[in-house]
Design a protein around this ligand. Structure first.
Ligand code: NAD
Ligand code: DAU
Length: 338
């Protein structure tokens, strides 16, 4: 089969490209606009495979997307392409609406026009909003109401609704996955875990929002990839699957763990102004994907975080190039005087 991975030069999409090349005989085409978050160096090893091809393009450009479908005639689309950072969406929502909503609708139009065996939308647990910190008994299930907090999550929820609408109205064979926070190799340094690893390595302050008590449910990226792989092959058309491995941690716990692994002082922690509308707690109930598809995560947080820190230590050239470029302006804008 031929699988198009949109957003495959980003964090999870890049890991998914490698997952497919390693675990299947499928041909893989990565379609990516190469925004600030897309990085061809992430795909350097994939480029050596005869099963892999890279096409630069924008999911919100109808002409480019139709040309892609005409030329590649794909069996499956897995859509990772998105603006993915909550803080950026709070600063400037518009691009999130264009890429995440219009881009998804154009991919769906292409599926309708050219035909497809499966369209998979990579969504997020953020579409459910948040859970209170004092109710550890509550979890997001596939039946939890959509209740978004940020322009990012609102754009992802809108995209999910479009996927469901196209599936019902035009019989597009679509599935949706809603995963919790991922971590692992190739994670762009604007996000909590890579930002904290890199700042600690450079003996820079670690900016923790608010009191650091917000809870995220961390999943090693390879486990997310295995879940998506299972859904596109065995998942039921029209269904939504939540993905998560019950690894809930406060942000402060995560940051302290990273400092401990690196042998750095907790004095590096600096509490800064909280994120606007900051979601308190995310927690996935993965019962459906576990019981219906037999998915189980393989990596525990304690092991995954050590592997991740080791990856950043061994791949300095990957992230040093990023933090010495435009990222410097982003960092100054978001964190100076916060
Ligand atoms: P990322 O920001 O690292 O990568 C996004 C990729 O999409 C980049 O390569 C970028 O160049 C590409 N892209 C952006 N706009 C595009 C466009 N218009 N056309 C084509 N390509 C475009 O994101 P990520 O963290 O890897 O997330 C991937 C997907 O998974 C997103 O849809 C996100 O909502 C979802 N998700 C992420 C997490 C997480 O913890 N990171 C968890 C659950 C779901
Ligand atoms: O839950 C899935 C979502 O996880 C994905 O849909 C998003 O694409 C992904 O970015 C992630 O969203 P979060 O907002 O949870 O991730 P982020 O890494 O930005 O922040 C994690 C937590 O850490 C959050 O509570 C905010 C906090 N934080 C973040 C940064 C960047 C800090 O305290 N300091 C920081 O500098």
């Amino acid at each position: 089969m031929k699988i198009i991975v949109t957003g495959g030069a980003g964090f999870i999409g890049g890991n998914f490209v490698y997952y497919l090349l390693k675990n299947s005989d499928d041909e893989v085409v990565c379609y990516d606009k190469l925004t600030y978050a897309g990085n061809l160096e992430t795909l350097a090893d994939a480029m050596k495979s005869p099963k892999f091809k890279f096409v630069r393009g924008d999911i919100s450009n109808r002409e480019e997307v139709y040309k892609l479908f005409e030329e590649e005639n794909p069996d499956i689309i897995v859509n990772f392409a998105a603006e993915s950072h909550v803080d950026r969406s709070i600063e400037d929502p518009e691009l999130f609406l264009r890429t995440n909503i219009i881009g998804t609708s154009i991919l769906l139009d292409a599926c309708k026009k050219f035909g497809i065996k499966r369209y998979h939308q990579v969504s997020t647990d953020e579409v459910y909003g948040d859970l209170p910190l004092d109710r550890p008994d509550l979890f997001f299930t596939e039946k939890t109401n959509l209740h978004t907090s940020s322009p990012y999550s609102a754009s992802k929820a809108s995209a999910d609704l479009l996927v469901q609408a196209y599936s019902r109205t035009y019989q597009i064979p679509a599935t949706i996955s809603r995963c919790s926070n991922n971590y692992g190799p190739y994670h762009f340094p604007e996000k909590l875990i890579p930002l904290m690893i890199i700042n600690a390595l450079n003996d820079k302050k670690l900016p923790v929002y608010g009191k650091g008590i917000n809870v995220r449910d961390w999943l090693y990226v390879e486990d997310h990839c295995s879940a998506i792989d299972l859904i596109i092959r065995k998942g039921k058309v029209g269904e939504i699957y939540n993905v998560g491995g019950h690894n809930e941690k406060t942000n402060l716990e995560v940051v302290k763990t990273i400092l401990k692994i690196l042998g750095k002082s907790e004095d590096l922690i600096e509490f800064v102004t909280d994120r606007k509308g900051h979601d308190q707690r995310y927690a996935i109930d993965p019962t459906k994907i576990s019981t219906e598809l037999g998915w189980t995560p393989q990596t525990k947080f304690d092991d995954g975080i050590k592997k991740t820190v080791a990856w950043y230590l061994e791949n300095k050239s990957w992230w040093e190039k990023i933090i010495s470029g435009e990222y410097k302006n982003y960092y100054a804008k978001m964190y100076d005087n916060r």
